[in-house]
Write a protein that binds this ligand. Structure first.
Ligand SMILES: [Zn+2]
Length: 137
């Protein structure tokens, strides 16, 4: 069995190959393990020094945008405004939600905690439209 993490971080991988590996990811923090170290191929909506917003690579809704802090924070309950992170994160969530609302007419903003949270890295979903697959968030 090869090391999927090191393979995914190779910059010479073509996007489809990388997306396939990401789809097979079996860890519990895809953001720290794969997304933040190598943003190759992501459709980035907004990026600051501390926050990243991007279109999900395997969307479950017609519009499925993920907003994450670039440092590891487990969930909303652990978020503080140290160094202004909470402010920047919520400003980005609001900005993306306003963009989706203007384009689609409506959106939902969602974050999971505890057993509902598959990836143990704080992430907000900005979604719009009917679910197209299992609501795995
Ligand atoms: Zn993390």
């Amino acid at each position: 069995m090869f090391d999927i993490t090191s393979v995914c971080r190779r910059s010479d991988l073509t996007l489809p190959v990388r997306i396939i590996f990401m789809g097979n990811y079996t860890g519990n923090d895809i953001y720290c393990d794969l997304i933040i170290p190598d943003k190759t191929g992501l459709r980035i909506v907004k990026e600051t020094s501390t926050v990243l917003a991007f279109y999900h690579t395997k969307p479950h809704w017609p519009v499925h945008i993920v907003v994450i802090p670039k440092i590891h924070i487990v969930d909303l309950l652990e978020l503080t405004n140290k160094n202004g992170l909470a402010s920047e994160l919520f400003d980005t969530v609001k900005e993306v939600a306003a963009m989706v609302k203007s384009q689609e007419g409506a959106c939902r903003v969602l974050t999971n905690i505890g057993d509902y949270q598959k990836s143990k890295h704080l992430h907000f979903l900005i979604i719009s439209g009917d679910a197209t697959a299992d609501n795995i968030v």
